[in-house]
Design a protein around this ligand. Structure first.
Ligand code: NI
Length: 171
């Protein structure tokens, strides 16, 4: 397995629209394993393909705590087909916006359809943190970051700080 470099915002590669996977094959399965390894190494709970510079529509998630066994989820071509009216607020972070957090309001419940790593169609209903996490990762597949859900003042502040940190790191 390979650790993949994680792209930090602002970066045009995080703003792309991904393309649906047409064939679930060994190449894709290896990529999903690389994504999971990359996510674990960065102490993340979710990762979407554009964050590692890939244009395929796939996400990985693992919400298991450190004292629990890993519970990796891999979703190919995920699509939300239902949202609840109830909402929940979560202080979201993102491996592509390191050290920045903001409260985001999203629907609490969702139903998501996707392909699993055998290519079989699956459907899942989720609420709470799992729902928030799935929505956050699927956003990435459409070029949307959590800061796109908060005020432009807050968004610009975070992106400006990240830009400055990048410049300093490059200097
Ligand atoms: Ni993210």
């Amino acid at each position: 397995m390979t650790l993949l470099p994680i792209i930090v915002a602002p970066d045009p590669r995080l703003k792309i629209e991904t393309r649906p996977v047409e064939a679930v094959d060994d190449d894709l399965r290896a990529f999903l394993d690389d994504m999971l390894e990359t996510m674990y190494a960065a102490d993340g709970i979710g990762l979407a393909a554009p964050q590692v510079g890939d244009e395929r529509s796939v996400i990985v998630i693992d919400l298991a705590r450190q004292d629990e066994d890993p519970a990796p989820m891999k979703m190919i071509n995920p699509e939300i087909v239902w949202y609840s009216d109830e909402e929940r607020v979560h202080d979201e972070g993102c491996l592509s916006l390191p050290e920045h957090y903001a409260e985001v309001v999203r629907p609490d419940g969702i139903r998501v359809t996707y392909l699993d790593e055998t290519g079989a169609e699956q459907q899942l209903e989720a609420e709470g943190i799992l729902s928030t996490c799935i929505q956050h990762e699927i956003d990435h597949l459409h070029g949307v970051l959590f800061v796109d859900h908060v005020s432009s003042i807050k968004r610009n502040m975070i992106l400006r700080k990240l830009k400055k940190a990048k410049k300093q790191a490059a200097a």
